[in-house]
Design a protein around this ligand. Structure first.
Ligand SMILES: [Zn+2]
Length: 119
């Protein structure tokens, strides 16, 4: 994998901020009930490369279905910048909501569409 540029981002009120090597060329949109409701455009990065810079105490966790993913959102502004989970091969991952990544223009992204509704 090519070295990825580091990106910063966070929630709306600014309490929660992160740094991560987000690959904006490899983003996905999923049509499952949860992703659709929150309008996610996601990019997956290895957990050890995801750095939560601030706001750990301001995060609230939401789990549903198999409870494998920890969806973390800001308890002040309600924005969910990322989730923690485990990939199919057991790798710890962070799913970054690139709509919360600084400088990203969502209309310029070409997300791969994932049929999560039917998983
Ligand atoms: Zn916030």
């Amino acid at each position: 994998m090519a070295e990825q540029e580091m990106h910063e981002g966070g929630c709306h009120c600014g309490a929660v901020t992160y740094r991560a090597p987000v690959n904006l060329e490899a983003v996905m949109e999923c049509n499952c009930s949860h992703c659709q409701a929150k309008g996610f455009i996601l990019s997956f990065v290895p957990r050890e490369q995801f750095e939560l810079v601030s706001g750990e105490d301001n995060l609230t966790e939401y789990r549903f279905n198999t409870h494998k993913l920890a969806h973390l959102f800001c308890k002040t502004c309600g924005v969910q910048p990322f989730a923690y989970g485990t990939g199919p091969d057991g790798t710890e991952m962070a799913a970054v909501n690139v709509r919360t990544t600084t400088g990203v223009e969502p209309g310029d992204l070409k997300p791969q569409h994932v049929d999560g509704r039917n998983f």
